[in-house]
Ligand binder design. Sequence first.
Ligand SMILES: [Zn+2]
Length: 467
Amino acid sequence: MAPVLLVLLLFISSSSAAGKHEDPTRKTMEEFSGFQSPANPFVSDSSNSLFVDIESLQRQIDELSTFSDTPAPTVTRILFSDKDVLARKYIKSIMCQLGLSVREDAVGNIFARWEGYEAELPAVATGSHIDAIPYSGKYDGVVGVLGALEAISVLKRSGFQPKRSLEVILFTSEEPTRFGISCLGSRLLVGSEQLSEGLKEAVDGQNTSFLDAARSAGYAEDQEDNLFSSVFLKKGHYFAFLELHIEQGPILEEEGVSIGIVTAIAAPASIKVDFEGGGGHAGAVLMPARNDAGLAAAELALAVERHVLASGSVDSVGTIGILELHPGAVNSIPSKSHLEIDTRDIDEERRNKIVSGIHQSAVEIAERRRVKLSSFKIVNQDPPASSDELVINAMEMVSQKLNLTHKLMISRAYHDSLFMARISRMGMIFIPCFKGFSHKPEEYASPVDIANGVKVLALTLAKLSLE
Ligand SMILES: [Zn+2]
């Protein structure tokens, strides 16, 4: 007990910045874990290396990208496909090599645990996803899984002993590609009754049920009624959850900042809207007689933009990503239109106000244009999440210790962390990515940036483990 406290106090109180000639990671780890450096700090001792083995990590990232249904440099890895199953095996083999104990739940969330010396305390967890939307890149999610395993390696090599256990989680299906449900694994973990029921009926585009798909991948084998709710974790199960992720935006790269410390995650509301009008011949029906479902959709699209801008906050965004017209012929007045709207904010009340504004506009436009608002469906309306002070402070302190430039920022994309925040303290570490590209093959994060992220993750995990 006492030596640990001493080390922790040293870590917290030590204000001398690492000298120019020393590796700050090494220095911090010495203070932190009690690791004794060789007499000459410039002589590296591989058996005690405190360094991120970025070559090995990059090799793993490259190898994982080969488990893909589309050719390199694209990556396509869909939930429970053969390639996804192979990729999961690959990750589990690394977890086992690290001596972690591996557990999998009914929907394929994978947990790798490094037992702490006070194992009865709630663990500190980290992780992300490895599924990839069609024709995307190899870093999204992957950096937070393989990088987390490398962070565990760094700590193990340093001789660090965790007090609270450390866990690496691979979440099932962060991307909604196959079953239309985003963050499926983390959403279920944190106790979504609605999802636990919905999964029983869920089918993919080929009409394969979620249950059959999961079984073909070796999961969900029990027959019990509570198959999916067995996945739930209680609030407080984890002391803290951290996720390392590429930024997926351009800010860190543009500003030349190494580490983004996420203070809040914006959450989307998704809305599906259908209008129905009379249709008719594009020449024969005169303008006053029309009730054009296409123009109603166009008008609603502009109303979405107006409501979002009216919030006055840069954090409010709205997108009409799908707009379909029926019958879709140049000489036919659209008789049906279908829109899908995504609006996000870090302020739930503000976002919900936008959603109700969009609804009012849809009703008003339908009435004025004499079309029918046949459906206005809020598909999901997740609350945004804030990072925890304790976790933010730990990430900031570690970044300072490592002499890494860092800034507080908001995550405008959402992640498994959004859901983990419902049962645990949460924090996210962002690293720069090339031009902010993501979800396409040009996605890239440099080895230096990845290594920096892993260092911050490793030391933050270590610090929180000792809390
Ligand atoms: Zn991701």
